[in-house]
Write a protein that binds this ligand. Sequence first.
Ligand SMILES: [Zn+2]
Length: 513
Amino acid sequence: MKELRVATSVRLAAILLGTSFGMSALALADDRPRGPEEDGTKPALTRIAGEGFMNSHAYKYLTELSDDVGARVTGSAADRKAAEWASAKMKAIGLENVHLEKYTIWKGWTRGTAEAQLLSPTPHKLHVDAMGWTGSTVAGGAEGDVVPVNLFDIDEEVKNVARLKGKIALVTQKGQPKKSFMMLFAAFGDFLKAAHEAGVIAVIGGQGGAKSTGMNLTHTGILGFDVDYAIPVVSMTAEDQGQLERFINRGITPRVRINVQNTLTSGPAETANVVGEIRGREHPEEIFVVGGHLDSWDLAQGTTDNGSGTATTLGAAEAIMRSGQKPRRTIRFVLFTGEEQGLDGSFAYYKQHQSEWANHLGNLILDEGQGPVTDFMLGGRDDLIAAFQPFADSLANIRPIKVNDNVESGTDTLPFSIYGLPGINMNQETKDYMYTHHSAADALEAQKPDVLTQNATLMALTAYWIADRPERFATPWPAERTAKMLRQKGEFEELKAFKIWPYGNLGEEPDKK
Ligand SMILES: [Zn+2]
């Protein structure tokens, strides 16, 4: 049936071009990229779009995950409950080979209490929450002067850390940064280690030392790839932190009492990626991975980070299953855990599937919050833009979506980009995400059902088109080409700073040696 459709479209193209059949076949034999209109995938995509838009349960899945499963920190009992829920959904949707792929993260962590009071000059409660995988104050808490530390001068602060003994360090941002945000993020870890050794009571500062965004919200999160810190670090609301900064700027030293209690496990904690497949009809051994991350933070329900990606993935799988269409190659749906601790689930996936890496085509991830899709970021693979563009163009009646080869290093696309495959990020409009991200506002109220339905359908269409088009979409680049690309994309410094650069000197420009 498929072959017949291709032949028909070739003939149609010949008529439209006003050339002979032979001429047009020749034209199609060249490298000109073909979209769904010409490559035979359109009838299947049309059915999938119909199921995706008219028959979607993505919002129902997101509601269950948010309300009934709730927060699901990697390695916790809630993580196991979420995995059971997700595998049951995959089975109910009709995916094949549904199973858990276990791995361990270096340590587990449980949030306890975090309380702070401003004692002087104007006593009141301060709103704080602990950052993930950070430690505790002495039992019952401690009292100290609040002293500013300039994130933009963090290397100097590390050298002068002794002045902070017995104080509470408040991370501020003064002047111009001398490094990129990600480089500051990495350097902030060095500061936290030094501060603990110097006897600092606690540090007030969010991910990478960032300040909260407002609306009286705190934002938790990890402070590096696979790292824990013995010192208690808290995110404070922008409103409370702003007041402390104003006092300091006027020469008044605020005095604060702070009590933070968390628990780190002594050894590794077990978790699992949840996997299910639609097996390919012609090349089942060739695999395109589609997903989001199942784990979340714990100040709310984890709806937008990344319940939305989880529900999008399940909704996409369901739309393809209900359409009755079978792709040429296998679509493997993977709900990763450990994303929030340093992309641990997707790095574990790479390790566990290294032997079949050459058969992988890439992955497709949605993890930029609750908004509509704006870009397909092809994860460093500039060679794929021309092939992908006609597909993106075919979606124009749903949404205009741009195509570029940017690398997204903040989610499960990164291990795929690092190891030579297109880690494709479905970038989203994120204006409310700055509030819901890792905060107490990350609940179901933040996700509009119609946007979720559209995102799930777009994911289904993209996954199916990539897995089903006649020509294989991508093969892994060799290490040298990948290393060169990552350097050109400005990823080298950051990956090295976070100790996840795997290529040594590979890809280095000769004149820079
Ligand atoms: Zn996320």
